[in-house]
Design a protein around this ligand. Structure first.
Ligand code: SAH
Length: 458
């Protein structure tokens, strides 16, 4: 059969989709780029803000029509809309859905397809599917990932979950309710996952966790994130994986050991994602983040002191309940001062069951949230334009991911987007030395230095 998966939301969902696709590939099914050609349709959902949840319901409405017109189509609903606690609770509300899959858990779909095959006595089909699997699929360890055929050799950057769930309970956040308690993934499984990606042409991996720097805290005797990075680094050397990243870190768990490991290991990129969420202590306290602005500032200083040329990214929520204009100004001033490389901005959205939704009125008016969001967006565009301008004339190493409008597109170690033109060879998956000739806040343009271009043409 053919399958098609829509992914809404974060990198963890992208990784979960990859895991589901891998299981479907193992069963002998194939990816369909066009959903009209698929027999299995899955929507992988996010509920971190109301807007994401609305998107999921929009897709589910369309799928109700598909199911009515073609009752044989198998419809799967995956991710945070389903949740780990009571995955079947939406069964009555969403009769178009055949299979409910909690976040990071493809098993219900695997079971459904196996049962259906038995029910319909399609042993012939199963035999054919088995024959269709290639050697690669059969040779892989059970912890490994099988990429869909069209991604093998073309997918350059992939995500690898290392911590599932979250137990921190920030006042605003629904993730712990939907992804369950924090648990680290066993090292052996991570190693197999990374190795299998490398063997299928992936050249950059990003280790994922809600609080990725807590890796191993629930596994007595196991490695910390720093230890895991060393292990993964060794695999990367063996499997030609050029770059390793990790996200998202929580300020309280970023140890000097971790920072020094990032600085030391050449394939671990100088790129830290560590959200501050707000620049005012009172707001941070009611968010239950567990640190002060001063501590965050000190951390940023520390990261910059220990990791040369580091790029620091953070998340901000504007319009948290009770956030006054002055408190917002503190956030503005903090960002103006720290000059971080990227800020993911969100307007506060009350989520069911969270502490803030239950106990704090959503009292910053929508227009004011928009205004604060826009103010930070403008500020950050200026900050990043200034940071990027310093790259002008410099030569940066770009891992090329794909081609876009006739130009090669890739990223620097700091995860900045770079475009360049060259028709001498296929750059996908390769590291190019690019001299920057133009910079803007969201991307840069460059060219291959003369000799390199001449050399590759010769
Ligand atoms: N565990 C990670 C990521 C959480 S979700 C972390 O701790 O940073 C990604 C981002 O969405 C968060 O960092 C936060 O900025 C934003 N977010 C989470 N809940 C939100 C809510 N209720 N309203 C608005 N933004 C939210």
């Amino acid at each position: 059969m053919r399958y098609h998966i829509w992914t809404i939301g974060c990198q963890m969902n992208v990784a979960d989709t990859q895991r589901l696709a891998s299981e479907l590939e193992r069963l002998g099914h194939q990816a369909a780029a066009d959903p009209d050609e698929a027999d299995i349709l899955v929507v992988n959902t996010c509920v971190v803000r109301q807007s994401a949840e609305n998107k999921a319901y929009g897709r589910l409405n369309e799928l109700a029509h598909v199911k009515a017109a073609q009752p044989d189509t198998i419809i799967g609903l995956m991710g945070c809309l389903v949740g780990v606690r009571d995955p079947l609770r939406l069964r009555e509300k969403l009769p178009q859905v055949d299979v409910f899959l909690p976040p990071s858990d493809p098993q219900p779909m695997v079971d459904f397809l196996r049962n259906r095959a038995l029910e319909r006595d399609t042993r012939d089909h199963e035999a054919a599917a088995r024959a269709a699997r290639d050697d690669l699929q059969d040779s892989l360890d059970p912890g490994a990932i099988v990429l869909p055929a069209h991604e093998r050799g073309t997918l350059i950057s992939a995500h690898v979950p290392v911590v599932y769930g979250c137990s921190h309970a920030c006042a605003y956040c629904i993730i712990p309710f939907r992804r369950g308690v924090e648990h680290s993934r066993p090292v052996g499984e991570i190693v197999e996952h990374v190795r299998s990606l490398g063997r299928q042409g992936v050249r950059e991996i990003t280790l994922l966790g809600q609080i990725v720097d807590r890796y191993g805290k629930d596994m007595p005797g196991g490695p910390t994130l720093a230890g895991l990075l060393r292990i993964v680094h060794a695999i990367a050397e063996e499997e030609n994986i050029a770059r390793i990243r990790f996200l998202t870190s929580h300020p309280n768990w970023m140890t000097p050991e971790l920072l020094d490991t990032v600085a030391e290991l050449p394939r671990v990129m100088p790129h830290i994602e560590v959200p501050v969420q707000a620049g005012n202590d009172e707001v941070l306290r009611s968010m239950k983040r567990g640190y002060t602005v001063a501590q965050y500032r000190e951390l940023v200083q520390n990261i910059r002191a220990r990791i040369p040329d580091v790029s620091i990214h953070c998340d901000i929520i504007v319009g948290f309940p009770g956030e006054t204009a002055d408190q917002f100004q503190d956030t503005y001033d903090l960002l103006a001062d720290l000059k971080l490389d990227k800020v993911h901005l969100a307007r506060y959205s009350p989520r069911p069951k969270t502490l803030s939704a239950r106990t704090m009125p959503d009292d910053v008016p929508p227009d004011e949230k928009k205004h604060r969001h826009a103010a930070l967006e403008t500020l950050q565009a200026q900050v990043v334009a200034e940071i990027n301008r310093r790259c002008l004339g410099q030569t940066v190493e770009v891992l090329v991911e794909d081609q876009h409008k006739g130009k090669w597109r890739g990223r620097t170690p700091q995860n900045k987007l770079v475009f360049f033109e060259d028709d001498s060879q296929d750059w996908r998956g390769r590291l190019a030395q690019v001299e920057i000739t133009w910079t803007g806040p969201w991307s840069m343009q460059g060219r291959l230095p003369e000799e390199a271009a001449v050399r590759t043409r010769a």
